[in-house]
Design a protein around this ligand. Structure first.
Ligand code: FMN
Length: 201
């Protein structure tokens, strides 16, 4: 059989097919099902700080984008980050990683742009044994209004600052997730390029 093993910035997995952070990766039950189905890795549904719970959408996770004539132009995801307890998520991540040591588990994180918030959560995430973290600097709705998600991703200096804290308080690989407007290299500002280099060294 063809060798599909993957090594992405030091994170090994039996194949390069990973589930993005979203409902299919939001809890132990779903991630176990994904691994049983053969997925090589998952990015766990984004965790936030311990505190007042996030109130998420209940039911449809998409809002319709209408044109001037009310024709449907597209669908927009309106789900926020996890609405589940931080410590319950961390326990589940630890358990699943222990049972599937060969699969990649990345923990997506979104906490305020304050060093203390990152200093608090990163050791807890490291303790789970997960393979790396992904910084959710891409989410364009709901959290951006609170100074997180894409509000950070659009300011290269903030991206650099927070990534620096992650390299300081976390020993494993750090992935920076940006919004699609940064996907083309022409849109990558010099500081974003610097951050990308930090990930790959
Ligand atoms: C319902 C829903 C919830 C999502 N939740 C998150 C999230 O918590 N964190 C995150 O980084 N991305 C989240 N995403 C974005 C996905 O991880 C992914 O980046 C996006 O769907 C684009 O990939 P696709 O084109 O394969 O759908 C979510 C997407 C959807 C549709």
């Amino acid at each position: 059989m063809a060798d599909l093993t993957s090594n992405f910035i030091g994170i090994k997995s039996p194949n390069p097919f990973w589930l993005a952070s979203a409902p299919p990766t939001d809890k132990e039950y779903n991630v176990r099902r994904a691994f049983e189905a053969g997925w090589g890795g998952v990015v766990w549904k984004t965790l936030g700080s311990e505190g007042p719970p996030i109130v998420n959408v209940n039911g449809p996770r998409y809002g319709v984008v209408h044109g001037a004539d009310r024709r449907v132009l597209g669908l927009n995801n309106i789900e926020l980050i996890t609405d589940r307890d931080l410590f319950k998520n961390l326990d589940e991540i630890k358990r699943v990683k222990k049972d599937y040591p060969d699969r990649a588990i990345i923990v997506s994180i979104m906490v305020p742009c304050e060093e203390d918030a990152w200093k608090t959560i990163l050791p807890l995430v490291e303790e789970t044994g997960a393979d790396g973290i992904e910084l959710n600097f891409g989410c364009p709705h709901g959290m951006a209004e609170r100074g997180m998600g894409s509000a950070v991703g659009q300011v290269p200096e903030y991206v650099e600052m927070v990534t620096g804290w992650c390299k300081k308080y976390y020993s494993k690989p750090v992935i920076v997730k940006l919004n699609q407007i940064f996907r083309t290299s022409e849109n990558l500002q010099p500081q974003h390029k610097l951050v990308a280099q930090m990930q790959f060294h």
